[in-house]
Design a protein around this ligand. Structure first.
Ligand code: N7H
Length: 485
């Protein structure tokens, strides 16, 4: 009798070895990204051993989160002084340090290329006839980034100074970007006004009590060297318990976005113009701004109705798009049933990313509101982790968000096709571009639930101005391989 092979036991996650931002997210009211080059390799690697004790682990983040929770339970509204530091290196950074990172590059062309050379593939305007969108800082080589999160600018700046003192002349700053959680009731909302940070992958072996939602992922989807990591196996010890970090400096044209909603209300009978505008925004994103629907609408929009609900799959909609347009941002970036129920089923586990962004820039000024024109840079410091950029961030941006024929489908329930009610023909509406982050010919359909064929055209409301791909190594990797005594 042949025996079934016994799967190798998955090693438990060593939460003291994994940097804190990857699985749990560093708690933050503010976060500074300090991008730099290594100017003196020998000095840098010896100073790295003095820096590493500052790096916050996942175990420490969980402790911090418990402290915050207990503090809140006591009814104390003050913020606890808290700081969290993480570090990550680009391919150019590993090269500069003389570290062979083949384990990271061999299956990851985006990481090997670096983001400035990958930007065109992502749809970014890097060079061209007009002024390039990318900031000159991000056209320089970036070797590494240090992330510092905290309760206040004071706490973070003090920590940054201490770090700069440790590294001294061994590093050269490229640029520093400060992000801040928005004030008051906008806290947790990104600059277009939508609540963010609702849906992130639950991780088997880490999230012990996941909320109902998309299938939990194996730890290796986010942490290298574990079950689900599709990269080279085995990884050298220093590259286990790490994760790729994608950073994007995304500017948002908020007054222009608001004006667009104002000018193009969804003409649903029974809704006021203002409500139609709110509906357009909700259908472009796939969620309401606040999660709550203010008016009694004649239409039921299932998951759009409930606050923080993540337990939906977009299934059984056929070509009709009543519940959610195929082009909606959250459907484009996590198509759920559109792929999982397609044909024999397509797993989307390898495409999951853990998003850890923060907002940057001021609130809208009166002048910007009155003129409908952006005068001050604001947007999202987009950051996400996964064990593959190729099947993670880059795939989501290039093959899903920018792809006007995604999600796919088969007749008669053909996403992106609609019935012509007069001829009963199926008409292809090549217009499933993500209206939020999609780059390319910016037309999208499905925003009007009653006439989903109607396509809208919009300017780009999100403009990528820079970024880089990094790898966030384990604590052991930092101490034993990257640092020298
Ligand atoms: Fe998106 N937005 O405000 O419109 N995003 N995003 N994103 N995004 C999400 O579910 C937004 C960007 C994903 O699991 C929400 O947590 C903005 C990039 C993924 O259902 C909102 C920007 C990429 C999800 C926004 C931006 C993604 C997601 C709903 C840029 C990857 C989870 C809140 C400025 C390439 C999908 C939530 C799921 C959700 C917005 C960027 C991906 C409100 C403004 C670049 C995977």
């Amino acid at each position: 009798m042949s025996q079934q092979p016994v799967p190798a036991p998955t090693p438990a996650l060593d939460l003291n070895n994994i940097q804190g931002d990857i699985l749990s997210g560093l708690p933050k009211k503010t976060q500074t990204y300090f991008f730099f080059q290594v100017a003196n390799v020998k000095l840098f690697r010896s100073q790295l051993s003095k820096f590493t004790p500052l790096v916050k682990t996942t175990a420490q983040v969980l402790k911090d989160r418990k402290t915050i929770e207990d503090h809140k339970k006591k009814g104390d509204k003050t913020l606890i002084t808290m700081v969290g530091v993480n570090i990550a290196f680009s391919h150019k950074g590993f090269q500069a340090l003389g570290i062979d990172d083949t384990t990271l590059t061999s299956t990851e062309p985006n990481f090997k290329l670096g983001q400035k050379d990958d930007a065109k593939n992502l749809g970014d305007k890097v060079t061209g006839t007009g002024a390039p969108d990318w900031e000159p800082e991000f056209l320089q080589d970036i070797h590494a980034v240090i992330l510092i999160s905290g309760d206040s600018h004071g706490t973070v700046n003090k920590q940054l100074k201490e770090i700069k003192d440790i590294f001294g002349a061994s590093i050269k700053e490229v640029t520093t970007i400060v992000g801040d959680v928005r004030p008051g009731k906008e806290s947790g909302h990104e600059h277009f006004g939508f609540l963010d940070g609702i849906s992130n992958p639950s991780v088997i072996g880490f999230d012990t009590n996941p909320l109902p939602g998309p299938k939990p992922v194996r730890a290796g989807v986010l942490v290298t060297g574990h079950d689900g990591d599709l990269g080279p196996s085995p990884r050298p010890a220093w590259a286990v318990d790490g994760s790729y970090l994608t950073f994007r400096h995304l500017f948002q044209n908020v007054p222009e976005f608001n004006k667009y909603l104002e000018d193009n209300p969804v003409p649903v009978p029974g809704l006021s113009r203002e409500e139609g505008s709110e509906l357009l925004g909700a259908r472009m994103v796939g969620r309401w701004k606040s999660g709550k629907w203010k008016v009694s609408s004649p239409i039921v929009f299932a998951h759009l109705l409930s606050f923080r609900n993540n337990n939906f799959r977009f299934q059984a909609e056929g070509a009709f798009q009543k519940i959610c347009p195929f082009s909606a941002h959250i459907r484009k970036t996590l198509p759920r049933a559109d792929l999982e129920d397609f044909g024999a089923g397509i797993s989307i586990e390898k495409n999951r990313i853990a998003r850890r962004g923060v907002q940057f820039g001021p609130e809208l000024t009166k002048d910007e509101i009155n003129s409908n024109k952006t005068a001050h840079g604001r947007g999202l410091l987009f950051a996400c982790y996964s064990t593959s950029i190729k099947t993670g961030f880059a795939f989501l941006q290039e093959s899903w968000a920018n792809n006007p024929t995604f999600p796919p489908g088969a007749a008669p329930a053909v996403p992106g096709y609609v019935f012509n009610v007069e001829t009963l023909d199926l008409v292809l509406t090549m217009s499933r571009l993500d209206p939020i982050i999609g780059q390319g010919a910016r037309t999208f359909s499905g925003t009007d639930p009653n006439t989903p064929a109607t396509a809208l055209t919009a300017p780009a409301f999100v403009v990528p101005r820079g970024g880089e791909y990094f790898f966030s190594p384990s604590l052991k990797g930092l101490k034993e391989t990257l640092a020298t005594a």
